[in-house]
Design a protein around this ligand. Structure first.
Ligand SMILES: [Zn+2]
Length: 412
């Protein structure tokens, strides 16, 4: 099929893969809620507010979503999401899903279901295991009766808090992700929480699938409550963000797509997170140490100049709290910067020649990578000082006598 059309990409980030451009897909106009409205009379139905349907598609991962969706416009708290679960073929699908999930579980499992609704799926799991295990359903808008191994919490599941609390063997999310504006956030939080718990935990997710829309041009799939419309590819893309995909497949004649993921985080990512936490911790001690050394220099009566007063040099002045009272002298190689002032602290910036008339004991060069050039400039200009200090390894280091990687000579 060759259609001649004009593609007009829009700037809107994909909730699945974060691609920044999307293409208009279906302009549905203004429509009332389709599944969570529950008007009580014909008049009420006619008077329902209209909400915008502006579906776009991500050219990268194929996801379709409503860019005009606002979560606040959907009355989840006052209206239950009544999913019809009694069709015979659908019942068969549910039973298959239950059995597939059970095949991944230990004999006495702990299972959490996020957005469990009336709890029918969780109860089916518990029954299949004769009540052996712990089955916990979370849903802020539903509080079914607890009993027979199944308990319910009328609140949102918060992965970083609740995974260590319940240590589930499996997390189930069925027909929920398509309602979320930021589904990746929930999945990545689950992955991190499980990685930190050290326990093996599988995620079982299922959503309606629109793969058949593309061949059939059908439009009834698109309504307000489903902000996200998953294709097989976009669902796979999303789930891959949560760990190692064990299984992705279509069910119910291609109308749903489900996946099993072993939740977790790539070792390189956990290593980077650990390194970041260590950096953050060191930065506090390093900052205090250097600020203290600088304060000691001032207390000893040393005449100090800071070489550079903008950009990284200004950042140095800010990080180590070098106020204009204790450290008034700031110079720069760039004559054009002379007469300007250091942002935030207010030292006037002088041309470097100021150091010929006003010699100092210590020159601090916040831009270590330029120190070689600056030291050469000082020698060339006959600027003499007792010591040149740079910041390295959480300390102030003597440029000439200390150990640091910034001593290379500039190319001739
Ligand atoms: Zn995408």
């Amino acid at each position: 099929m060759s259609e001649s059309v004009t593609v007009r990409p829009l700037e809107t980030p994909c909730p699945v893969c974060a691609h920044t451009l999307a293409v208009p897909f279906f302009a549905g106009g203004q429509q009332p809620l389709a599944t969570l409205g529950w008007p009580q009379s014909g008049d009420e139905a006619l008077a329902m507010p209209r909400l915008p349907l502006d579906f776009v598609q991500c050219p990268r991962c194929s996801h379709v979503w409503n860019t005009a969706f606002r979560y606040d416009a959907v009355p989840y708290r006052s209206q239950p999401n009544r999913m019809y679960n009694n069709g015979r073929i659908w019942q068969g699908h549910l039973a298959e899903t239950r059995d597939r999930l059970l095949s991944y579980l230990p004999p006495v499992p702990t299972v959490v279901e996020i957005g469990c609704g009336d709890g029918h799926f969780l109860r089916a799991l518990a029954e299949a295991r004769a009540g052996q295990g712990d089955y916990i359903g979370f849903d802020p808008n539903s509080s079914p009766e607890t009993g027979q191994g199944v308990r319910f919490q009328a609140r949102l599941f918060e992965p970083l808090r609740d995974v260590p609390l319940f240590l589930p063997d499996a997390v189930v999310i069925r027909h929920v992700l398509e309602h979320l504006t930021a589904p990746a956030m929930l999945l990545e939080q689950l992955a991190w929480a499980v990685a930190q718990s050290g326990k093996v935990c599988h995620l079982f997710a299922e959503v309606p699938c629109i793969d058949r829309v593309f061949g059939s041009d059908r439009l009834a799939d698109f309504f307000y409550e489903h902000v996200s419309h998953f294709t097989g590819d976009s669902f796979r893309h999303l789930l891959a963000r949560a760990g190692s995909l064990r299984e992705v497949a279509h069910g119910y004649d291609g109308e749903v797509v489900y996946a099993c993921v072993e939740l977790g985080v790539a070792p390189a990512h956990t290593a980077r997170a650990a390194a970041a936490a260590a950096f953050a911790q060191r930065s506090v001690a390093n900052r205090a140490r250097i600020a203290e050394k600088l304060a000691a220099l001032h207390a000893l009566g040393a005449r100090v100049a800071i070489w550079g007063g903008t950009g990284k040099s200004a950042a140095f002045i800010h990080h180590y709290a070098l106020d204009a009272e204790r450290f008034p002298l700031v110079v720069d190689s760039d004559a054009a910067k002379a007469g300007t002032f250091v942002p935030g602290t207010g030292q006037q910036i002088y041309f470097r020649d100021q150091l010929k008339a006003q010699p100092v004991d210590v020159v601090i060069i916040p831009t270590q990578w330029r120190a070689g050039d600056i030291v050469a400039e000082m020698a060339r200009e006959g600027i003499v000082t007792g010591q040149v200090l740079i910041e390295h390894g959480g300390d102030l280091v003597d440029f000439f006598a200390g150990t640091h990687p910034y001593r290379q000579r500039p190319a001739a």
